[in-house]
Design a protein around this ligand. Sequence first.
Ligand code: ZN
Length: 494
Amino acid sequence: MKRFLLPFIAALAAACTAKESVPGSWDMCPGPRSIELTDGSVAINPNKLKMKEIIDPTLGADLKPFQQEECYKLEVGPKGITLTAATETGLLRGRQTLQKALPEEGSRAELPAATVWDYPEFSYRAFMLDCGRHYFPVETIKEVLDIMAVHQMNEFHWHLSEDQGWRLEIKKYPRLTEVGSVRAGDPVPGQKGHNGVPHSGFYTQEEAREVVAYAAALGIEVIPEIDLPGHMKAALASYPELGCTGGPYEVACEWGVLDDVLCAGKEHTLEFVKDVLAEVMDIFPSRYIHLGGDECPKVRWEACPHCQAKIKELGLKADGKKTAEELLQSLFMDQASTFVEARGRRSIVWNDVLVDWSNDVVGAPSKNTVIAGWMRPVSTEIAVREGYDAIFCPVGHLYLSAADGNRLKGEAYFRRVFDAPVPEDVLGVEACLWTERVSEPDSLLWRMLPRMSAVSELQWNAPASRDYSSFLPRVKRMQALYTARNWEWNPAEE
Ligand SMILES: [Zn+2]
């Protein structure tokens, strides 16, 4: 069987004539849960794939419901190929595995005969793209979704609002995109001011729906994020009355955490939030809606007569751990969450709403809220301990954009992802790509690949079953796949 274990090399495949057989392989990421090699190999024409597909609702009946939904059995033998799944989504996952097992080039492949039995460890397997700092065209978003699908991911978290740009058309508030989607320039490292090169772009509702449909065909749900109440300077520039001071404001041309946030004291602000979320939920049928909740300085609220009047009206008092303004944010987020839940959705918030950098519990969002633990691995553990469904996405391991905390070159750059200490009882795992320093589609892909291979291992397989030595050859094969699909990837060698 040794020859079947050789890594597949795209260049070799390209050199083969149509009649020569190219070896396929079950080496891939994420690695299927069980691969039982049977006998010999099967000749397959990848261009004219013949396979029997069966929906059997009893398959995986003893698994957790979300696992059964995506489980599949793939039988490749002398009698042909049979793919069985309990649902259409399971068939999608099985087809993806078969596709990866076959060479990308050539019309004749030899695939080791095998029975593959597979299902995911976690129900939430996400990739987040920040389109606020830089806008990426719909074609790039589709490419990102294709990459996610290859890695069996099922949730695309789309970060659509930022200080530096509002990216989604909202019909009731047209200035959000007319004004809020354009900034005068990008900051220049080490210098004051910006480079004077305007940056703009937004998604029409029609385009957003197109993305939702494209993702759905790949078995991926699109989760929109409207980041509240901080990171809202683009909205403030569009509608200054939403801020504490009333402006004037400009769409931010600097990165970081900014003092100007939504005014939590004005009734109008909450109406705005509900109007926006209503349109967002009409566009995105996702189970989850991300409400942000991170990095909201309180300096404006402390000096704002509207916010202070609201604090007085609600009787909010500092309790030693939390200031009155922090309690005001909790209530503000709760109102947004309640609105989302009333429509049968669940809200996701960044862990700031529950736990801070000191690992102190600073809030008490409703227990139906999902907490995304981005600060430290322990932030997620605390959320689980407090009784929340939690998403593991710590900056030190799963921020694919963090060049300093997560090196971009050498084997270490994906080893750090692979070694992320995923707690066993989380809802799922998410990789995040923030785009302050990423403005081109190629550099986006270069940060994603091959690390998405490592991310997929964390998402699909149980923490206890991960094995780095078996992962490395599988990554090599995935790199050949990326090359064959013209996806720009980052060589592991320094
Ligand atoms: Zn205010």
